[in-house]
Design a protein around this ligand. Structure first.
Ligand SMILES: [Zn+2]
Length: 476
């Protein structure tokens, strides 16, 4: 299973969501298949500032706009911008305005190749400390420079294998992720915002003292700090005119929204889906490209130097003990979640604990993750003759024990140390409907579930291959 986490670098970007600026333009015209957007120059903007904003180089803007005189841009002028491709990051520039971009290409150990453009005043040791790497690490990927370290020139591009997350992560986020600022959209509630970034409401309340007194009274435009587990995307504001035959749910689906989200954006001007009229104008906030500076980050690989083997237990069965080594914390959390689940159920089939990691960690085929003792596969609780089968069995509406499975998942979530749970969309749907009927609030459903969205959202997310078990990744 693959996991991408955003790397946020340009802190200045977190301050404002460009809600109005870019309109999606026709793709094409971009090399590398990147998405092309149009930027309308606002007062006070410079080409270099715009380049930083989108995480592209100034030269890339010049290339996309051949007639442009970069010293003579005017307010209202439209610039074509080629956004970096999906798997590539953008600018990681800090306030020092140095330019660099991540290719998103992995170079092992969770690091990615970053392209650093040498600027006046740069020294080799200065660049090394900026990326938290050694000078030798830089030289090893730049043959010319290695031959002659004095050949460093302004404008030269260096390839650097660096852990972007470590060097750019915020202290506020425990150096795990960069800090992002979310601006509240009309109708948004806290669970929905937490879900957008794959974190819990509690995390947001911890980071934003203003939420402690009024977490249910958000103001449009209110700024909320978040340490995102799901990379932030640009929000693009569109005006959509209702056509004959349109339904609210079809429009919502078209823009990757839930019907509730779309209703909320109308600020009370549309009370319900039934009031939709042909010709009516709707405001849509559509998720655009990943914010510059976020790229692929590999946090699936690694090893497990001080692993603990999952012991046998009264209420659970370990499928393959040799593949059930985790960190001490992971083993403790699995045991405590299962105990807590069983306190609510006097009788239940044993919980089926699948792979965690192998002794010492590292690759554990056929998994991509399960390398550093933070992942565990857990069987769904089933009814009927397959309930006690230790082998994972596909769950469906007929055999899934909804009440017990929901309790079990909830017990894991209650540890407050779950980073995410992978669960097939079809199972999410069953549990979502069950939880909703049980009276779980929409706010909590939006916090926890990706369903019914198709984009990455919430703690419980879709990943194929999770019809017969769910996969829990614990925080560190
Ligand atoms: Zn797994």
């Amino acid at each position: 299973m693959r996991r991408r986490i955003g790397l946020f670098a340009g802190f200045f970007l977190g301050l404002t969501l460009p809600l109005v600026a870019p309109e999606l333009a026709n793709a094409g015209g971009c090399p590398d298949g990147g998405e092309q957007v149009e930027h309308e120059v606002a007062s006070g903007q410079t080409v270099s500032g715009i380049a930083l904003k989108y995480g592209v180089s100034q030269r890339a803007i010049e290339r996309a706009n051949p007639k442009l005189d970069i010293n003579k841009i005017r307010v209202g002028q439209t610039l074509k911008i080629c956004l970096p491709g999906k798997d590539s990051g953008g600018s990681k520039s800090s306030s020092s305005s140095k330019r660099s971009s991540s290719s998103g290409r992995s170079c092992g150990g969770g690091k990615t190749i970053t392209n650093h453009e040498v600027e006046a005043g740069d020294t080799l040791s200065g660049i090394a400390s900026k990326y938290d790497v050694s000078v030798d690490t830089i030289l090893s990927r730049n043959a010319k420079l290695k031959k002659d370290p004095n050949s460093l020139r302004v404008g030269q591009e260096l390839l650097i294998c660096a852990d972007n997350r470590r060097s750019k992560a915020s202290k506020t986020c425990g150096y795990r992720t960069p800090l992002h600022t979310h601006e509240v959209l009309p109708g948004e509630h806290l669970g929905e915002i937490a879900g957008r970034y794959g974190v819990r409401r509690k995390d947001l309340i911890k980071l934003n003292s203003a939420l402690r007194s009024n977490a249910n009274l958000l103001r449009v435009g209110q700024k909320i700090r978040v340490c995102p587990e799901i990379a932030p995307h640009e929000m693009v504001e569109l005006e959509v005119t209702v056509q004959s035959g349109d339904t609210l749910s079809a429009i919502a689906k078209k823009y990757g929204l839930t019907t509730n989200e779309l209703l909320g954006y109308q600020r009370g001007k549309l009370a319900s889906a039934n009031d939709l009229k042909v010709g009516q104008k709707l405001i849509v906030y559509k998720q655009g490209g990943m914010l510059p500076g976020y790229g692929a980050y590999d946090d699936d690989t690694g090893d497990l130097p001080h692993g603990v083997q999952m012991p046998a237990g009264k209420y659970y069965e370990v499928k393959t003990p040799s593949r059930a080594w985790g960190t001490g914390n992971t083993v403790r959390l699995i045991q405590s979640a299962i105990s807590s689940y069983r306190r609510g159920w006097r009788s239940s089939p044993k919980v089926h604990v699948g792979d965690i990691s192998k002794k010492g960690g590292g690759k554990l085929p056929p998994h991509r993750s399960h390398q550093h003792g933070h992942d565990v596969d857990i069987g769904y609780v089933l009814k009927g003759d397959k309930a006690d089968e230790v082998r994972f069995v596909n769950a469906n509406a007929k055999n899934l024990d909804l009440a017990r499975t929901w309790s079990l998942v909830d017990a894991f979530l209650d540890t407050d140390e779950v980073k995410y749970i992978f669960m097939d969309r079809s199972i999410q749907e069953l549990l979502y409907d069950y939880a909703k009927k049980k009276g779980i609030s929409q706010d909590t459903l939006d916090e926890l579930f990706q369903y019914p969205r198709r984009r990455g959202h919430g703690i419980i997310r879709h990943s194929s291959g999770h019809v017969n078990h769910f996969h829990v990744r614990f925080r560190n």
